[in-house]
Design a binder for this molecule. Structure first.
Ligand code: CU
Length: 208
């Protein structure tokens, strides 16, 4: 039963196929060769377009990574003298150094921050906050909640080793702290707690 139906169906298909071939063999050949050339042209265009589309995203990915790579370790180490350093922030949301090494001989250390830009504190304020790297995101989140009036640092945040106030263009500030606070339990980071700035404005601080 099933076999008969299958055979019948197969025969019908074969007949139909043969009939079509027999009748439209020439037409099919003509039709096939005619569209073949126009059809051959678009595919190369599409092939060219695809790499062209995939190349810019690749380039922009690299470009997007490049600034991130230059925010940290690619920047110079801070110049340290007499148990103190002066670092700069600017209107481009950058610190001028990527790391601070505190001499082990210093019992206290001072970080001076100079805002080398001209933008007001409300638009491009900078500060220096020091915490464990692992505490940084929590400090930043609570700092944002505390708001500008609190210099974007939560009052009494025990995760904060030290922090300056927030300053605008042309202003300076500083903070001193006991170096024993960052001798163990690190790694520690210094960063700006102005909302959004720490992604660009951060670096490592350690006792060397
Ligand atoms: Cu900042």
């Amino acid at each position: 039963m099933t076999l008969k139906i299958t055979l019948a169906a197969a025969c019908a298909l074969v007949l139909a196929a043969c009939g079509n071939h027999a009748r439209s063999g020439d037409e099919a050949a003509t039709a096939a060769s005619a569209p073949a050339e126009p059809a051959a042209t678009p595919p190369p265009a599409a092939t060219t377009a695809m790499p062209a589309e995939s190349t810019p995203p690749a380039a922009s990915t690299v470009a997007a990574r490049a600034p991130a790579a230059t925010t940290d370790s690619d920047k110079p180490a801070a110049v340290v003298k007499d148990c103190a350093t002066t670092i700069e922030g600017n209107d481009a949301m950058q610190f001028n150094v990527g790391s601070i090494t505190v001499p082990a001989s210093c019992a206290k250390f001072t970080v001076n921050l100079k805002h080398a830009g001209t933008m007001p504190v409300a638009a491009m304020g900078h500060d220096v906050v020091i915490s464990k790297e692992s505490d940084m995101q929590g400090v930043l989140a609570d700092g944002m909640g505390a708001g500008a009036s609190a210099d974007y640092v939560k009052a009494g945040d025990s995760r904060v080793v030290a922090h300056t106030k927030l300053v605008g263009g042309g202003q300076s500030t500083s903070v001193s702290f006991d170096t024993s606070k960052i001798k163990t339990g690190g790694p520690y980071e210094f960063f700006c707690s102005f909302p959004g700035h720490a992604a660009m404005m951060k670096g490592s601080i350690s006792v060397g």
